[in-house]
Design a protein around this ligand. Structure first.
Ligand SMILES: NC(=O)c1ccc[n+]([C@@H]2O[C@H](COP(=O)([O-])OP(=O)(O)OC[C@H]3O[C@@H](n4cnc5c(N)ncnc54)[C@H](OP(=O)(O)O)[C@@H]3O)[C@@H](O)[C@H]2O)c1
Length: 269
């Protein structure tokens, strides 16, 4: 167990609400310098000001992760900012208010696949190619997982918001396992923070919450600690190591997914 996070620089995407907002507060309370990402500039600066007022070091980063060029720019901004110990890919889009509505990203890609998978993929790719983060990448995934339909990567033939969400989250775990297997220089862990926690995406989907955003942040914090301890290549259900769907551990599936992600993101890298 690593108690103080003094001296560590930790970036959290999607830190303007829910789990991410609670997490940056906790990280700052433990002494980490936090790099606060969000898409709403005013909100990001408000959170940074609040953290700074407590004596913490907080820096603002603004990017809409539904745009791969903005993700690439975020990678450049974080790299230019100096050292980085841990990246927490937390930002995500939930099931949506209308589950039958197929939304698309700025690049014409299905929104959940783009924001929940391709954005953290590209950000991680950009940063690791510059030797960052030095210690760990923690991906906030979900217990809701489904294999990608290889014949319909962009969910054009049929659409369901829950299925699209689950596919994006298994893709994130698959990529994390692949990176852990091929990159021993830093830790890669994924975490399901809790089920139907009281956050914006759960409320938007008209689901009655079963837990708090704070409990989700606590689970992510636990997994950050495990990553700092050097654990890698695992998926956690809250604080417990757990099994992800077998697809995530299949080297062929990992290889295929990485090839697709590189194909889609390389024009922006
Ligand atoms: N809540 C749960 O029960 C639950 C369960 C399993 C997994 N998770 C995962 O936990 C993570 C955090 O979600 P949450 O529950 O805390 O929900 P949330 O309150 O809706 O937070 C999601 C965060 O992602 C950001 N985001 C969404 N789209 C973005 C975009 N295009 N560009 C930049 N940022 C974007 C949001 O920014 P805005 O504030 O600007 O909207 C927000 O900060 C997600 O990855 C989610 O899938 C949550």
């Amino acid at each position: 167990m690593t108690d103080s996070l003094e001296g560590l620089r930790i970036a959290v995407t999607g830190a303007t609400s829910g789990i991410g907002e609670s997490l940056v507060r906790r990280l700052a309370e433990r002494g980490a310098a936090v790099l606060v990402h969000g898409r709403d500039a005013a909100r990001v600066h408000e959170i940074c000001a609040r953290l700074s007022a407590t004596g913490a070091t907080a820096r603002a980063f603004v990017a809409d992760l539904a745009s791969l060029s903005a993700v690439a720019q975020l990678g450049r901004d974080l790299t230019a900012n100096g050292s980085l110990d841990v990246l927490v890919n937390n930002a995500g889009v939930g099931f949506g208010a209308d589950r039958a509505l197929r939304e698309i990203s700025a690049d014409g890609l299905e929104l959940r696949f783009a924001v929940n998978f391709l954005a953290p993929f590209l950000l991680t790719e950009r940063l690791t190619s510059h030797g960052l983060p030095t210690r760990a990448v923690v991906n906030v995934s979900s217990i809701g997982q489904a294999p990608i339909d290889r014949a319909d990567l962009n969910s054009e033939r049929s659409y369901d918001g829950i299925l699209a969400y689950r596919r994006s989250k298994l893709a994130l775990i698959t990529d994390s396992f692949q990176r852990a297997a091929s990159d021993p220089t830093r830790a890669y862990l994924t975490v399901h923070p809790g089920t139907f926690l009281a956050t914006k995406m759960v409320r938007e989907a008209n689901i009655t919450p079963e837990g708090s955003a704070e409990s989700g942040a606590e689970a992510v914090m636990h997994v950050i600690e495990r990553a700092l301890d050097g654990q890698t290549g695992q998926y956690f259900d809250r604080s417990q190591p757990a099994e992800a769907l077998p697809n995530a551990s299949d080297p062929e599936a990992q290889h295929w997914l990485r090839a697709q992600a590189l194909r889609l993101t390389s024009p922006f890298a």
